[in-house]
Design a protein. Sequence first.
Length: 100
Amino acid sequence: MALEEAVLQAYAEEDITVAGSSIGLTLTNVLSTPPPKKVELFFEDAQVRVRVDGTAPTSSVGEIFNPFDRQTLWGPAQAYNWRAIRTGASSATVRARYYR
C-alpha cells in the first residue's frame, strides 16, 4: 500500500458519461467540505479528450485518453477545471474516485 493510500480516504465515486458536449465532474463532489485532495479517473469504453485549465475541449483539441487509461487530479482546482468530450461517435464512461 502506498503512503498516500494510507493517508487519503475515498469518500465518493461516480460514473460520468462523456458524450458530444463537454462535461465536468459533479460539483457536489468537487465542492464538498473538505474538498478533494485527489481524484482518480479511470477511462472506459471510448477515446476522450480532456483539459484541466477550465477551457472546454473539443473532439480535436485536448489531451487524448484511451480506454483503460488513468488520470490523477490533485486538489480541488484541477478537479473543478477538468472537462472532457468524446472524440468519435461513441460515448465514453469515466469513473471518478474522490479522496480527502
